[in-house]
Design a binder for this molecule. Structure first.
Ligand SMILES: C[S@@+](CC[C@H](N)C(=O)[O-])C[C@H]1O[C@@H](n2cnc3c(N)ncnc32)[C@H](O)[C@@H]1O
Length: 277
């Protein structure tokens, strides 16, 4: 197994995490100007992953590989355990699968070490988690579009909802099922694009990217009755664009929240609850 160490301008890090789909990233250091992070790859994945990262760096206009070294596989697991600390995203707290939450203030969500997006670290996931309690109630039907690790689906199921989670990635569907089991909630996790969903849901949650919303927003809008939670919107330009798209579908904003970029100097991330007018 190899450990690859990269450096990227802090303003590009959040976008990188989304583009790279959250594949187990260990943050080594972070300041206002730069983030250094490590990725652990199996030897057979090494070339493909290095190439994928270089393509993202090129597209974003920044980022370098600064070191690569051989590591023993058991070190990787240990490193993860050292680095994966509880993350509070009220009213939820995300804890690694090996920890037990004994407090009373938060609703715990246990996550296994995984490759799918959704460790709870990313501002967009945190925005969605904070909006969920406003829309998701006991017995309501919820669709989680692009479930990744299943984190938002699990949060909804913990509030008593009947949840259907979909993702186009096989790995995500597997992780969604495994994490649901760890959390003792029942969730139907399936490999499907949003275009293939025909049912209607009280609430639809979609933490995606602007280019995916451009392609699928029309369809997403058809699937919800009461609440549509949208996050993954970065910067003023994307904010204006999604609001325009929502207006065209006669949706109004019930709630909007924003969160600073990880380095606190980039643009804001935005999240919305939309409802029909
Ligand atoms: C930004 S991640 C969000 C993961 C998790 N829900 C969270 O909030 O942390 C977006 C996910 O959407 C999935 N995705 C992309 N296009 C999709 C589509 N057309 N239908 C369903 N899922 C899609 C990706 O594979 C990825 O796992």
């Amino acid at each position: 197994m190899k450990k690859l160490i990269f450096s990227i301008p802090a303003s590009l890090f959040d976008i990188f995490v989304i583009e790279f789909n959250g594949y187990g990233i260990e943050i080594l250091s972070r300041d206002k100007s730069e983030v250094n992070f490590a990725i652990y790859v199996q030897d057979e994945e090494y070339e493909g992953i290095k190439e994928a990262i270089n393509e993202i760096f090129e597209e974003l206009g920044g980022g370098n590989l600064i070191l690569e070294e051989e590591v023993k596989e058991e070190n990787w697991e240990e490193k993860w355990k050292e680095n994966f600390k509880p993350i509070s995203a009220p009213p939820f707290i995300i804890i690694p699968e090996w920890e037990v939450y004994e407090g009373k203030d938060y609703i715990p969500i246990k996550l296994k070490i995984g490759m799918a997006f959704g460790t709870g670290l990313h501002p967009t996931t945190q925005i969605a988690l904070s909006l969920i309690p406003e829309c998701v109630k006991e017995g309501k039907k919820v669709l989680d579009v692009g479930t990744g690790s299943g984190i938002l689906a699990i949060a909804s199921a913990k509030l008593g909802a009947d949840v259907y989670a979909i993702d186009v990635q096989e790995e995500a569907v597997k992780e969604c099922s495994e994490n649901a089991w760890e959390n003792e909630v029942s969730i139907k996790c399936e490999k499907k694009s949003v275009q293939q969903v025909e049912d209607k849901f009280d609430t639809v949650i979609a933490n995606l990217q602007m280019d995916i919303f451009r392609e699928h927003f029309d369809k997403i809008v058809q699937l919800f009755k009461d609440c549509l939670i949208i996050t993954g919107i970065y910067g003023e330009k994307e904010r204006d664009e999604i609001i325009n798209m929502a207006h065209k579908h006669r949706l109004r904003i019930k709630k909007e929240i924003s969160k600073k970029d990880i380095n606190k100097e980039g643009e804001n991330w935005y999240g919305f609850i939309f409802e029909h007018q």
